[in-house]
Structure formats: structure tokens, C-alpha cells
Design a protein around this ligand. Sequence first.
Ligand code: 5AD
Ligand code: SF4
Length: 440
Amino acid sequence: MKSKKYTIVTYGCQMNEHDSEKISWILENMGYIWTDDKEDSDFIIYNTCLVRENAELKVYGQLGALKDLKRKNPDLILAVCGCMMQREEIRNIILRKYRHVDIIFGTGNIHKLPQLINRYHQSNETVVDVVEDNREIVENIDANRKYSFKAYVNVMYGCNNFCTYCIVPYTRGRERSREPENIIEEVRSLAERGYKEITLLGQNVNSYGKTLSYDYTFANLLEDINKIDGIKRIRFMTSHPKDLSDELIEAMASLDKVCEHLHLPIQSGSSRILKVMNRKYTKEDYLRLVEKIRNRIPDIALTTDIIVGFPGETEEDFNETLELVKKVEYDSAFTFLYSIREGTIAARMENQIPDDIKQERFQRLLDTLYPIFYKKNLKYQDKVVEVLVEEVSKNNEKVLTGRTRHGKLVHFEGDKKLIGQLVDVKIDNVKTFTLEGHII
Ligand code: 5AD
Ligand code: SF4
């Protein structure tokens, strides 16, 4: 019998990307094989994101466009999963307006996909299965990872912080930590299969361990993973500034495999806005934390997330964000226009900022950030950096790309056999977002 083919379209964060790797593993165990071509697929899954409106709108657009394909190929199964499906009102929209969707599932029941497919085959009606109150941790799902040398590993799920703009606590449920032994076992097995770099994933890794029945912190976990032979680099995302402990800074400084890069979302440089965002730190707290980290790890690369146009943000508040990014001198930043998310506290705030003001501030923020990124990269000019080779450049097949321990993207000429290897590269030229060099 001919193998059935599947494709997964993923929106959103690393957590979603990794969930898609798990879905892929499940489907391949069922005999499905991957295709890039939707026209040629027997099964198409959309793994959705709800964190900003544009990701949400794209999914509706894509689903609408698939109506024809479904008409041409009635055997095609169309599934939608991920954060959007955790919201009842969105599920209802899908059920009402996108009746050609066959399976709807959420963020907490990926492991049930084989059963859901069976149920669909038996009933031929739309199957909906969502765990409203995500509390369970499901082990024993492996992942069909995109790369064979670097891997995401979940350390915890959910978030308890309820930043007022953010939908995540409502789509991923309450914070819960995986047992350290399961995480360590997963990393050990990845190391045995030749993986060199691990990125530990959680919405707020600094509060890892709080739901365990014994004392064990994220710093302890880093220490244990640092001991695993074969692993060369350890990264993690994301850290909430309010929970970043001295113990963790010490672990980062002393453990040789933990990379010199910290992603530390600030969101706004105005203490007043930070308070309304429910971030639980002030601008001054954040600056003190940065100073402490840099005192202990002087060459650390710092990156951040910034939201522009949160409700009530005045010109003064925004200027404080500009001042802060100049003071901290980030290596890189993800910048976002504030997006109203139904169900969050900020969505009900009255003083929403008009789009044109948001856009204008956003541009000013980028104009401030880009020269800083460039300046930070300049310090690598003529230096030798260790690069984990990731792939062939999309624009030039002679050029390879990879990342340094500091998370810098490097371009250099080389043979694609080097993919997955650590190589030393001398930097000849520096740009705002990339370094260019040659292998030595
Ligand atoms: N609007 C804009 N950006 C948001 N983020 C989270 N929620 C929103 C929103 N409603 C950003 C935050 C977070 C990142 C993952 O997404 O900066 O750190
Ligand atoms: Fe959202 Fe805040 Fe939790 Fe991050 S810490 S996932 S921004 S609620």
C-alpha cells in the first residue's frame, strides 16, 4: 500500500516548533511520510499561535484557501491544533465557518492524535478534543527533530505569571516542571545519538522546580546536564527577570557548556508600564540585574523582547524604553507591536494606542536598536569564534551558516559536510544581524 503523506504548518514560538516535531514523530510511527507539498498531502496539520493577532489571521486565511483542495481530494484530513484551539470561541469559529476542518485538538493532547484520527475515520465527523485545564505532563513522546545536532528539550510547561498583555497562561495552562530524571535521560539519549547542542524550553525557566516535591532548581538542572558527555552547548529560553537568581548567574558563569547568552525580556523601559503589565520588576531592578550579570559574565550576549504601544504608553514612557535599550546595549531584540488579545486584562484597558502611533514608535525603536546591534557585533571583527554549522545559506549554496556560543549568526564558505560540526571561523566583516568570516 502506498504510504500516506503529511505536512505540518507551524506558527509561533520554539515551544510550538517542538510540539510539531513531536506530532511529526507520532505520525511517522503511524506510517505517514513527510511532504512539503500540500497538494500531495493526505494529512495537513496547522499548529497555531495566539500570541499576536497576525499569526491568528494567517491561519484563517490558510484554512479558507484549503477549501478547494479538500473538495478535490475528499480523503484529505485537515487538522488544526495548538494555542488557538485552547479558546472555545475560536473553536466555535472553526466549527461554524471552516466546516472542512476534520480534527481539532489542543496543546495538552498531542499524544492522543492516533486515537483522534481513528475517531475521525469511524465517524467521518469533525472530532474535537481539547484539555481545557492543562495540568498533565505526558512523557514518552519522542520528537522527529528538524536538525540532527541541536535539539529542543522541554523542561516545563505553562505559565503562572499572567502578564496583562499575554494569552499564554490561558492557552498553555498552569506552570508545571518535568521531573529532572526524565529531562536528563532525554538529553543523555540525544547525546548518544550525536546531538551537540541542547536548548531547554519553558515559558519561564527560572521558576523551574517549583512544582516538584523536592528542592531542585534550574541551576541544579544545568549542573546535571553539564555533566553529560557529548553535549557541547547548553542554551535555554525564556528567563523572567523577576526570577533570575544569583544561583543561576553563578551556574551560568561556572558551567563550561552553558553558552554566554541570556534572553531577558524587558517588554518596556517604563516602570509605570511594567507595573500595568504585571511584570513585577521596575526599570531600576532590571538595570541592577543586568549589571550583576555583566559583572559576573562580562562578555555575555543579552537579547530581549520589547512591546511597543501597550495601552496607556505615553511618549515619555516610550522614551524611557529608548533610553533603556541604549543603556543596556542589547545584542539583539525581538520587537512587537502591542496586539489586543481577547481574554487578557490589557484587552479591556480603555487607553489603547492608535495604530499609526504604534507604527511610528516601532520604527523609532528599530532606528535606535540597529546601530546598537552593529556596534555590539563590531567587537568580533578579526576575532576567531567557534561556530556550530547549521545549514547551507538559502541565498548561496557555497556559503554555510551557523551560530556562535553567543548566539551570533555567522556566514562563511565551506563544504556542506561540515553541517553539524563545530568549526573555528575568523570574522572578516561585521553586519547588523550577521558576522562574515572564513574557516581557519
Ligand atoms: N502583543 C504583542 N506582543 C506580545 N507578546 C506577548 N503577548 C503580546 C501581545 N499581546 C510578546 C512578548 C513576549 C513575546 C514572546 O511575545 O514580548 O515576550
Ligand atoms: Fe506570557 Fe508573561 Fe508568561 Fe511570558 S511570563 S508567557 S509574557 S504571561
